[in-house]
Design a protein around this ligand. Structure first.
Ligand SMILES: [Zn+2]
Length: 369
């Protein structure tokens, strides 16, 4: 009887190992042990959840090298292409193309406040390489914006280019006050049916229809929080979550919404705050003024921003914010995370609702922005 139990136990153990091995093949980086929901360990794990969130499941598109992997540091020792599935629209981001020089991988969540609500909802989630210049460290209100931010608009050497929004760019109306309200973009002449292109690489964050204002419009999030908006499209444009390269078509020009004739209403924004596209582009011929722009409060026309947006609530509420998380490594302290990310211990504690006595556990994720 004892022998049978022993053999049975061995079979269970072996099948357990082979399952684990299969999992390792599919999800090589997943090092946590799965536990049944009714087990004591699960309940213990759940108890700790109030401190820091669980690391979300990662999926890998490609086979990765497992050489030199040690618990807690495997992410930076491998070349990989992680994707995270979110809702119906799959957002994925090839982190290897962002910055070859940095190696701290963070999880980024982009949130937007849709029309008619103050609540932010998640619109895109992906993994990126942490760079304090990529993630805006300031929760920006243009009026209180005094720290300069250096935004890299394009980087030809890194394969990130720029493109014009239309094949022929002809400005018909400038940015600024108009009839007591703010015209928060420029109008560019076109014929209905003309293709509209993304001006830089990025991810489509909003694609919506605003009957009394923008009509069909698309908002693209580029690197470093810079965003562009394309309005009055003839038909719905590219879907949210779509990754675009500069010059990719994102829609077709038209005259939907509040528009008296076919044109493209084109906005440039930073973290939801519109700025004069002339700070970014020359318009004849169309080209970026530089590969970098330095944003300060002066980049925003504060007087204009105090006016009501011509497009009403939608124009005001195409707002975004970004959250970022990193994984706690083996033997990590708050001080070590602060040094690695450039985020102060006080800010880490605040973001994660931690008391000074809080223990940080390897494998958990900690919010850093
Ligand atoms: Zn306009």
């Amino acid at each position: 009887m004892r022998l049978i139990t022993y053999i049975f136990g061995c079979i269970l153990l072996l099948s357990g190992f082979s399952l684990k091995a299969q999992e390792r093949n599919l999800f090589k980086k997943k090092t946590e042990i799965e536990v049944k929901s009714n087990s004591q360990l699960f309940q213990e794990k759940n108890k700790k959840k109030d401190e820091l969130d669980e690391l979300p499941p990662l999926q890998f598109r490609n086979e990765t090298e497992s050489i030199g992997v040690t618990a807690g540091s495997e992410m930076q020792e491998r070349k990989f292409e992680p994707i995270k599935v979110l809702n119906a629209s799959i957002s994925n981001f090839d982190t290897t193309s962002i910055d070859e020089g940095e190696n701290l991988i963070v999880e980024i969540e982009e949130e937007a406040a849709p029309e008619g609500t103050e609540d932010f909802v998640s619109v895109a989630s992906y993994f990126a390489i942490w760079d304090t210049k990529i993630i805006d460290p300031y929760d920006i209100d243009a009026k209180e914006f005094d720290e300069p931010v250096d935004i890299e608009l394009y980087n030809t050497a890194a394969g990130r280019n720029w493109a014009a929004p239309l094949e022929i760019v002809k400005q018909t109306s400038p940015f600024g006050p108009r009839w007591g309200r703010l015209h928060a973009g420029v109008d560019l002449d076109l014929e209905t049916g003309y293709p509209v292109f993304s001006v830089f690489d990025g991810i489509v964050r909003v694609s919506h229809y605003d009957r009394s204002g923008y009509g069909n419009y698309v908002l693209v999030r580029h690197y470093n929080g810079f965003e562009t908006l394309y309005a009055h499209l003839a038909s719905p444009g590219a879907e949210p979550g779509t990754l675009v390269k500069a010059g990719d078509q994102i829609g077709v020009g038209g005259s939907t919404g509040r528009s008296t004739g076919s044109h493209l209403h084109f906005e440039t924004r930073y973290e939801g705050n519109p700025m004069n596209p002339k700070n970014v582009y020359n318009f004849s011929p169309f080209e970026p003024v530089s590969d970098h722009i330095i944003l300060t409060a002066r980049s925003f026309d504060i007087r204009s921003l105090s006016l009501k947006n011509e497009y009403g609530a939608v124009g005001d509420k195409v707002r975004s914010r970004t959250k970022a998380w990193t994984k706690v490594r083996q033997g990590d302290t708050l001080g070590a995370i602060a040094r690695r990310t450039g985020v102060s211990i006080a800010k880490l504690k605040k973001l994660n609702g931690m008391k000074s006595s809080s223990v940080i556990r390897a494998g958990r994720r900690i919010r850093i922005h």
